[in-house]
Ligand binder design. Structure first.
Ligand code: URA
Length: 238
């Protein structure tokens, strides 16, 4: 157990408690001594060592997400959970809903979404054939980036979500998705172009479509990443 791991667990346990969701976590920590110490420190009766939400179906998970009571939800119009085919080989995860997504309750339906649809089509994939979600389920006011605490609240649900969908390929769009899922500060420019693994799933990272709208000169790189996605999809050995 590294120091960084402990700090992350500490922060998560405080958030679980704050948002009253600690009862749904499984304690998978086997180190009782360490756990006791953490309980004293956090002054809490249960410390959960990992984000092990255990909903058994996407429907149950979605219901739980919709029942979360948090400040982000209070300023948003709708919960934005997912769109597309949950049985797809490809799961795409972005950052957080924007204004249009907040209005419609679906991820990637605004300008970024149109670009995403076109990038998918450029490699022969229809939007309806993939499954799309975000790291955060509510629009942060004014389209600001979600805070670390807001991400920490949503991450256990995102992890459960990925486990349930269990796609062949996970595509992460933008720095927030990459940092939250792969737990790295490495820039996308360093990570893109080859696959990583998350929960044993082949994971590709690329720039967020909103970034491409501001910097269209980078589209060719994302096109290459979508070609990699297509190649992986067509390859038989994954
Ligand atoms: N940007 C995202 O990251 N997600 C959306 O759903 C829309 C825009």
């Amino acid at each position: 157990m590294t120091e960084e791991h402990r700090l992350r667990i500490n922060a998560l346990s405080r958030w679980y408690k704050t948002f009253g969701v600690d009862h749904v976590f499984r304690d998978i920590n086997s180190n009782e001594k360490w756990q006791k110490k953490q309980e004293q420190k956090a002054n809490t009766s249960t410390v959960y060592s990992s984000s092990q939400l255990c909903y058994d179906s996407i429907e149950e998970l979605e219901k739980a997400v919709r029942e979360i009571d948090c400040h982000l939800k209070k300023t948003a119009k709708r919960t934005v959970f997912s769109d597309g085919n949950p049985g797809s080989d490809v799961m795409i995860i972005g950052e957080a809903p924007g204004q249009e997504e907040d209005e419609q309750g679906k991820p990637f339906v605004g300008e970024s979404g149109k670009l995403l649809n076109n990038m998918l089509l450029s490699v022969g994939i229809k939007r309806s054939d993939v499954y799309i979600s975000n790291i955060v389920f509510w629009r942060p006011q004014g389209n600001r980036a979600p805070s670390t605490d807001e991400i920490a609240l949503c991450m256990p649900y995102v992890e459960n979500h990925v486990r349930l969908v269990n796609p062949r390929i996970l595509l992460l769009l933008g720095g927030i998705a990459v940092k939250s899922i792969l737990n790295t500060d490495a820039p996308i420019s360093k990570l893109r172009g080859s696959k990583s693994a998350y929960m044993g799933i082949d994971t590709i990272v690329t720039f967020h479509p909103a970034y491409l709208l501001r910097s269209p000169g980078q589209k060719y790189l994302v096109f290459r990443d979508f070609i990699l996605l297509k190649r992986l999809l067509l390859s038989k050995d994954i």
